[in-house]
Design a protein around this ligand. Structure first.
Ligand SMILES: *Cc1c(COP(=O)(O)O)cnc(C)c1O
Length: 417
């Protein structure tokens, strides 16, 4: 009998060959599309706020898979919830109901104060849905298809064509034009610049409550209030992208809750599933009734039982482990340590951010600093060329913050900055 050929290497040891780190990296660079300049480490497992590479080296993780792994790695209760769901039912079509999706949606409504949920597989897909809902809302009002959306300069909303169209970074967009049309850009925290772009055709204003990739820029309370008023007066939908800054990161479940400036549509993802790919866009009942309806939107995987079991357990653990309270408690300590560093080093210009979403602004490129930190056993990410972004797991302790500051200090001293 002819057996399918899977290659001699793959037959040796399960599906894994036993290679060293360099060999895995070379193999990855030969097989994967080169869309990332990756750090030269192969990660293997995690425990709390630490990650280990395949050679056993330990890393303090201050980026949490880019603001994803809020509860830390290897949370037994979370893992068990997923395992239980795997043994029951991983996927079923959205043509049927499933219990985890019902429970996850109910919990998500409760923590967000929004009325209707659509589960997606990613952040970008949540943005796509939000844009479609806004366009449909405007279309139902006047039957025309030339509505405009205002987004912010330096924003980041994802890499799909729609999300890219509202991403305020020309460099990301240029090669992929034409994207969806009728997008205008204004400046964050500059209400005048928004007013300049508003017209009778404006159907939505979209922004991150705190810009992440663009450099950790919080939207000011006055600006948010101004936008809310403008939107109310002109029946424009306010869409807040909470994909990075949401899920407790700022000490509020969603960052807008700090000011009570409620959006009409909101997106969430990243920490929502704590590692299982899931996102959502949510809306008020008013928008829901006057926008997307049966047949308008769909997704095969979105809201499947496995993803929703993750959401359900994440929201459950947030509540029972008092994650928001912990973030509020630890934030001043992190801010204090970062301010100390900013005071000590001339190359650090300032700190900004909210909660456990902080940025240190440097007067020099930060890539060498991050590389040095990786060598010394800490993972960090940038937000633009000159900013180090701190988005650790939300469960970090003061000791973890101290350790971060020590490694960063050693890295800066090592580079003689
Ligand atoms: C990461 C991110 C996205 C895109 O999410 P993906 O899951 O990568 O598609 C959108 N908006 C913001 C603010 C983000 O940080």
């Amino acid at each position: 009998m002819n057996r399918p050929v899977i290659g001699p290497d793959l037959e040796k040891k399960g599906n894994h060959r036993n290679m060293n780190m360099k060999e895995y990296i070379d193999q990855a660079e030969a097989d994967l599309l080169h869309t990332y300049n990756r750090y030269q480490i192969v990660l293997d497992r995690g425990e709390g706020v630490y990650l280990y590479d395949i050679e056993g080296k330990k890393y303090l993780d201050f980026c949490a898979g880019i603001a994803v792994f809020a509860l830390g790695y290897h949370n037994q209760e979370y893992n068990d919830a997923l395992k239980g769901q795997i043994d029951k039912l991983i996927h079923t079509s959205n043509y049927y109901y499933n219990v985890p999706a019902v429970e996850a949606a109910r919990k998500l409504k409760a923590v967000s104060g929004m009325d209707r949920v659509f589960f997606t597989n990613s952040g970008a897909e949540a943005i796509e849905g939000a844009l479609k809902a806004a366009r449909k809302y405007a279309y139902l009002k006047d039957g025309s298809t030339d509505h405009e959306i205002i987004a912010m300069e330096h924003s980041f909303h994802g890499r799909t064509m729609g999300a890219l169209a509202v991403t305020g970074n020309p460099h990301y967009r240029e090669a992929f034009e034409p994207l969806i049309g009728n997008i205008r850009f204004a400046r964050l925290n500059d209400l005048e610049s928004v007013l300049e772009q508003v017209s009778d055709k404006t159907c939505a204003i979209l922004l991150e409550t705190i810009q992440g990739e663009g450099g950790v820029h919080p939207a000011a309370e006055e600006f948010l209030r101004g936008l809310r008023k403008l939107c109310d007066e002109r029946d424009i939908l306010l869409i807040l992208d909470e994909i990075q800054c949401g899920m407790g990161r700022t000490g509020y479940m969603y960052a807008w809750q700090r000011y009570g400036v409620k959006p009409d549509i909101m997106t969430t993802a990243k920490a929502l599933g704590c590692g299982v790919p899931v996102g959502a866009f949510l809306m008020t009942e008013h928008v829901a009734v006057h926008s997307l309806t049966a047949g308008d939107h769909g997704t095969t995987y979105g809201g499947n039982p496995l993803a929703c079991a993750a959401v359900e357990k994440v929201l459950d653990l947030f509540e029972r482990n008092h994650i928001i309270e912990h973030v509020r408690e630890i934030t001043p300590y992190l801010e204090g340590k970062l301010d100390e560093l900013a005071a000590k080093y001339d190359c650090i210009e300032t700190r900004r951010g909210a909660g456990l979403m902080q940025g240190l602004v440097f007067s020099c490129p930060v890539a060498p600093i991050i590389n040095e930190a990786v060598k010394r056993g800490m993972l960090l990410i940038n937000a633009g060329p000159n900013i180090i972004r701190f988005v650790p797991p939300l469960i970090i302790s003061k000791e973890n913050v101290d350790e971060m500051a020590e490694i960063l200090t050693a890295s800066l001293d090592g580079l003689q900055l």
